[in-house]
Design a protein around this ligand. Structure first.
Ligand SMILES: Cc1ncc(COP(=O)(O)O)c(C=O)c1O
Length: 442
């Protein structure tokens, strides 16, 4: 008798893969079957060094025993509890831990399941907040060119990655975009924050003049833009954005889905840059990528503004079946324990200068037109192949994978974001692999 379950497992057709060239992948699949520490294992038994923390999420490295055990324990005790009008202790404990970790008074935590949901949630809270205060004309939200805020209609509308927007109709109305901050002519090969570009924040004043502050609810930016190819904010830029928002009563949302949980050597990007937003969206590293979870952090004043109606009314008509899911909450608590006990944020900060020097040794390597970095994030920009944008980076990705190193590419940019447990010899291996491969790439 044919083993039907097996044959259906081997049929690659039904799974419509996200953000993937499906036909190309299915013709030559790259399958990961297990993971431990800094390494994946493939279905043909090779180990692959994880230079990307999965998708910017496995900050403490793979297969962490404490997190695995917390998940196993929780699923046996309480598999699910309704999220509306009911509670369970884990969600409250995790929210308290997150509030303690957050800078300033970002003390109110709204749980979601993905970065995209967190972004939609923050946008909705921003608009509803102004309305709750009698400022209901403030509905417009300002994003930024090249911004990535996930794939919900809210996120792609304020986001600025053209391919993520152009296929999907008219998107949300009532948005506008700041210019992006990438200026390779002035800032190429910057170590850390680039010198030039703080003045680009002044464009926000122009946008405010165009629409009038009375119509603007919020500005949303990634403190360091990751998915577009690692754009580090110019010195002074975020401070200016904060000041302009304050001047006009506009909420500032930092999308910290990538920068949260130690990536920059601090708990959040807000800590690294010394700029505190009114809301933060987070996901990924919140559970070390083990169970889907996301959280929006809001300042006290935002939460309080919703608490004025009679006590028996629902203050915010928003939430998800799995908001604060018990297993995700358990994974989140254990993850925060690992970060704390192993001082992984501090470790990332200590390792950052070594990572920086290693990456910048690629200056002068064939095709490399820029290297940029902050914390344990690195971007290596390649000169695109004439008439074939993205092809050169994708070839590099394939060759690196064959050589046992997982990198990520976006456009013609290589983005590196290894787990925060990476050792120096592993940084060397990533960089040496790229140095060897790039001259062989067409
Ligand atoms: C800054 C930022 N926001 C939002 C998202 C979307 O997160 P998710 O894929 O969990 O929806 C991402 C994902 O990479 C991101 O980098």
């Amino acid at each position: 008798m044919p083993d039907e379950s097996r044959s259906s497992v081997n049929n690659l057709r039904p799974f419509w893969m996200p953000f993937t060239a499906n036909r190309q992948f299915k013709a030559a699949p790259r399958m990961l079957v297990s993971a431990d520490g800094m390494y994946y294992t493939t279905d043909d038994g090779r180990t692959v060094l994880d230079g990307t923390a999965g998708l910017w999420c496995v900050n403490a490295g793979h297969g962490r025993k404490k997190i695995v055990e917390a998940v196993q324990k929780q699923v046996a005790i309480l598999d699910y509890a309704p999220a509306f009008q009911m509670g369970h202790p884990g969600a409250f404990e995790l929210a308290s831990r997150l509030a303690q970790l957050a800078p300033g008074d970002l003390n109110s935590i709204f749980f979601c399941n993905s970065g995209s949901e967190a972004v939609d949630t923050a946008m909705k809270i921003a608009i509803a907040y102004h309305r709750a205060r009698g400022d209901g004309t403030r509905t417009r939200i300002i994003g930024r060119e090249r911004g990535y805020h996930g794939v919900g209609f809210g996120g792609i509308s304020v986001g600025g990655i053209v391919t993520n927007r152009k296929f999907f109709g008219s998107l949300l109305t009532g948005v506008d975009h700041l210019p992006h901050t990438h200026d390779i002519a002035k800032n190429a090969f910057s170590k850390g924050q680039p010198e030039h570009g703080a003045n680009l924040a002044d464009e926000l004043e122009k946008i405010v003049t165009l629409h009038d502050a009375s119509n603007i609810a919020a500005v949303i930016v990634e403190p360091l833009a990751g998915s577009t190819g690692v754009l580090v904010p110019p010195k002074g830029y975020l401070e200016k954005i904060r000041a302009i928002c304050d001047k006009h009563g506009i909420l500032l949302i930092f999308d910290e889905v990538i920068t949260g949980f130690g990536r920059l050597g601090t708990a959040f990007g807000a800590d690294k840059f010394g700029v505190i937003p009114d809301m933060m969206t987070t996901a990924k590293g919140i559970t070390n990528g083990v169970i889907p979870m996301a959280a929006v952090f809001a300042r006290d004043g935002i939460y309080d503004a919703f608490m004025n109606a009679p006590e028996n009314t629902i203050e915010l008509f928003h939430g998800y079946t799995y908001s604060g899911h018990p297993i995700a909450a358990a994974a989140g608590i254990a993850t925060l324990d690992v970060y704390r006990d192993e001082q992984l944020f501090e470790r990332a900060a200590e390792m950052a200068p070594y990572f920086e020097n290693a990456l910048h040794s690629l200056k002068g390597t064939k095709h490399v037109i820029d290297v940029r970095n902050l914390g344990l994030v690195g971007g290596i920009e390649l000169e695109p192949r004439a008439g074939k944008p993205t092809a050169r980076a994708f070839e590099t990705f394939l060759k690196a994978y064959e050589a046992g190193v997982l990198i990520r590419t976006t456009g013609d940019i290589i983005a590196l974001s290894p787990p925060l447990i990476i050792e120096k010899h592993e940084i060397d291996r990533i960089v040496e692999t790229l140095a060897k491969i790039l001259p062989t790439v067409e």
